[in-house]
Design a protein around this ligand. Sequence first.
Ligand SMILES: [Zn+2]
Length: 191
Amino acid sequence: MPAGFPDFRLGTVLATSFTGTLSERYGTPVERIPTPQRLVDWLAVYGLAVDSCTAAQLDLARELREAIHLAATAAALQHPLPASAVQVINDRSAEGRAAAILTPEGKREWRLNADSGVEDALGVIAADAINIIAGERDGKLALCASPTCQAAFFDTSQSRTRRWCDMNTCGNRQKKARFNTNQRKNSSSAE
Ligand SMILES: [Zn+2]
């Protein structure tokens, strides 16, 4: 991994992992795909390897990312979906020409076209977002309980009571904050 760039936060759900490439939206935002190459790197992690990416394609990706963020947040709150966000998601989905391929080992792979790799990859991500926002997959959209994050995530826990987008980051921070508050309370009551 190239030095100097923020690490990726890797989740299991494609669309919400993609929105997680910008984190701490309500705190000090961290852009995890600051350059076209970092988008290329991120896509490769999710089986959407592309040869190259232009600055314009990175803009397209970020526009889709924010559209998914807005639509998924609205869906989690059971608010009406913002029309402009829906339009962007639908446009990217319609534009993508990726083919789902079944490997001899019984795995699914995506075949992207050489001349439209990024657009095809964004189409796969947009379609994934449509699936979870439309309730086509088993799970529930919810918002992260961290006030500086509030990311929409897809809760597939049995009880549907997950509180954080990511246990290792937001969940941990929250636990530590609570621990520190308790420590302070204990030490002040002892005085
Ligand atoms: Zn979070």
